[in-house]
Design a protein around this ligand. Structure first.
Ligand code: NAD
Length: 441
């Protein structure tokens, strides 16, 4: 059993803390947000993440996990301190390290015996050294900083943390490494899951992973756009290239671009790192632009379909979260697309299984944006359905019920959810991304 403090209880920190407690470590979670901490102390999970609630309740009941706002309490007796703090994009695209550096500065005087400080946040190359400098300024005890980037996916976070395909640890200290191996020992099923390297390479690994995945998405989006022009179907192309193990089947779905709290900011931060290093990283530069354009394509399709008649049209929007199985709307395409639709003069009735509260908070109350209690309710009387997130519950709608609810049988699908045969048989107008338009007979 290792005594662990996790600072920051967001999507990464809370999942990390809960899973580490679940395998038997003694964990304290610290967060600056007093309201969030109070909710957790009362047994409430502040985020939606499948499978998290049950384990959270369990480790809380067993007192394997405690939650506090007080960083100082317990740090002195911790063997390991995870930093799972936000690193949002600054105005220039660089990662904002203020939370990490502020906490690092506070940690020094609190350490009373050897501790390993683990950077779990996504941070630019060189941050580990900066964190170590900040801690050293006031340190009363010996410590080591290691980089341990997180690869969990929101919506699958618990499963990913419990069964990681790899655990990357960047360290220059054998002593720290031994402690980290003890922390992760319960999760390691095969020796090659543990990937050890130096701190700078570990920091770069996380940016390389996310940027590579973002590049895969953008590449397919470009193939989709070209397919529309030359009469090909991007879904057929996807099925044609995915079986090649050098390419792989995942992240090949065309759509309205990547979003979320990680890809956009990490691509930008890597772009910034390249710029600072004097390297003209051409691929990364175009990635940012391609994604911006892709997010606009669905609105352009809708605007083109209606022309001036868009004014006063009622559109049903299915999906607000940046991806399914999460309530996270950070950098979700919906946050740009909805205002664009409203600006064209349409009204929007939106529905999402988990992200409506966050979206309501984001937009506030606005006259032309309303929230519906179900997918079919959103569709009631709408001139068209616009699909922005590929939630499972949207995948197999009853097309005849949908037709009855909608004022007009028109779908703009930003996620290519349906085989073209389905809207064709149901006699819908159906426009998706990179595939032929289905027109009613
Ligand atoms: P988040 O915004 O969900 O959570 C951050 C938490 O830190 C919040 O609860 C906030 O209140 C707290 N916090 C902020 N300042 C604090 C301080 N000074 N002291 C204590 N708590 C403080 O962020 P997240 O999505 O969990 O991401 C954290 C890091 O992990 C980021 O660097 C992110 O890039 C990286 N990451 C995220 C994901 C993901 O899917 N969300 C995946 C891998 C890596």
């Amino acid at each position: 059993m290792v005594k662990i403090t996790v600072v920051g209880t967001g999507y990464v920190g809370l999942v990390t803390g809960v899973c580490l407690a679940h395998v038997g470590h003694q964990v304290r979670c610290v967060d600056i947000d007093a309201a969030k901490v109070a909710r957790m102390q009362a047994g409430e999970v502040p985020i939606y993440e499948p499978g998290l609630e049950e384990i959270f309740q369990d480790v809380l009941r067993q007192k394997k996990l405690t939650v506090t706002t007080d960083l100082s309490e317990g740090v002195a007796s911790s063997d390991v301190i995870f930093l799972a703090l936000p690193t949002p994009p600054g105005a220039d695209g660089s990662a904002d390290l203020s939370a990490i550096l502020a906490v690092s500065k506070q940690l020094g005087p609190l350490l009373e015996r050897y501790a390993v400080i683990v950077d779990k946040s996504t941070v630019p190359v060189g941050t580990g050294e900066e964190v170590a400098r900040r801690i050293a300024e006031g340190a009363k005890a010996e410590f080591a900083v290691v980089s341990n980037p997180e690869f969990l996916r929101e919506g699958l976070a618990v499963q990913d943390f419990m069964h990681p395909d790899r655990i990357v640890i960047g360290s220059d200290s054998d002593k720290a490494l031994a402690v980290m191996k003890e922390v992760y020992e319960p999760f390691i099923e095969t020796p090659d899951q543990l990937v050890l390297m130096d701190i700078r390479s570990a920091e770069m690994t996380k940016y390389a992973a996310n940027s590579f995945l973002a590049m895969k998405v953008s590449f397919m989006n470009e193939i989709a756009n070209l397919s529309e022009l030359v009469g090909a179907n991007v879904d057929a192309v996807r099925l044609g290239i995915g079986p090649d193990p050098r390419i792989g089947r995942q992240f090949l779905r065309a759509g309205i671009g990547y979003g979320g709290s990680c890809f956009p900011k990490d691509v930008q931060a890597l772009q910034y790192t390249a710029h600072q290093a004097g390297y003209d990283f051409k691929l990364i530069n175009s990635l940012v632009r391609v994604n911006e354009l892709q997010q606009r394509r669905l609105v352009e399709k809708i605007a083109k379909y209606y022309g001036d008649a868009i004014k006063g049209k009622k559109l049903a929007v299915w999906g607000l979260a940046f991806k399914p199985d999460t309530d996270d709307i950070r950098e979700a395409p919906a946050l740009d697309i909805i205002p664009d639709l409203l600006a064209l003069g349409a009204s929007v009735a939106a529905y999402d299984p988990e992200a409506m509260d966050n979206t309501r908070r984001h937009f506030g109350e606005t006259g032309n944006l309303s929230f519906a209690s179900s997918a079919l309710e959103a569709a009631r009387g709408a001139d068209a359905l616009v699909i922005l997130t590929e939630w499972e519950e949207f995948r197999a709608p009853d097309f005849s019920a949908l037709r009855d609810h909608l004022g007009q049988p028109v779908i703009f699908d930003g996620r290519n959810l349906y085989d073209l045969e389905l809207p064709r048989q149901a006699d819908f107008y159906y426009e998706s991304i990179g595939r032929p338009v289905v027109k009613p007979s």
